[in-house]
Design a protein. Sequence first.
Length: 115
Amino acid sequence: MSEEYTDEELEEIRQRKLQELQARLEEQRRQEELRQRLEAEKTALLRQILTPEARARLTNIKMTRPDIAERLELQLIQLAQAGKIVRPITDEELKEALARMFAKKRETKIRILHG
């Protein structure tokens, strides 16, 4: 029992599929624009709260360890939004923050292994 479609019905189906595809593409475009805008805002904020040397270090970290860089960026942005960063963070301060992040991680692992 095969279904036979008229040319009009086939054209209607094609048009509906085309509209669905266009809607999906439009949503993807909107999502990408939003992502780009948020990334630009994040970059601008990091430019304000980090010295050029600290920004360079963060960029290097982002290339090798994007997960760590993302966590660090999030923490820095949260501190800035809470008003806890009053002057740009230096490269040395950024290194200390990274060391604290890794120290906490190691402590957790040690507890898990001994626990």
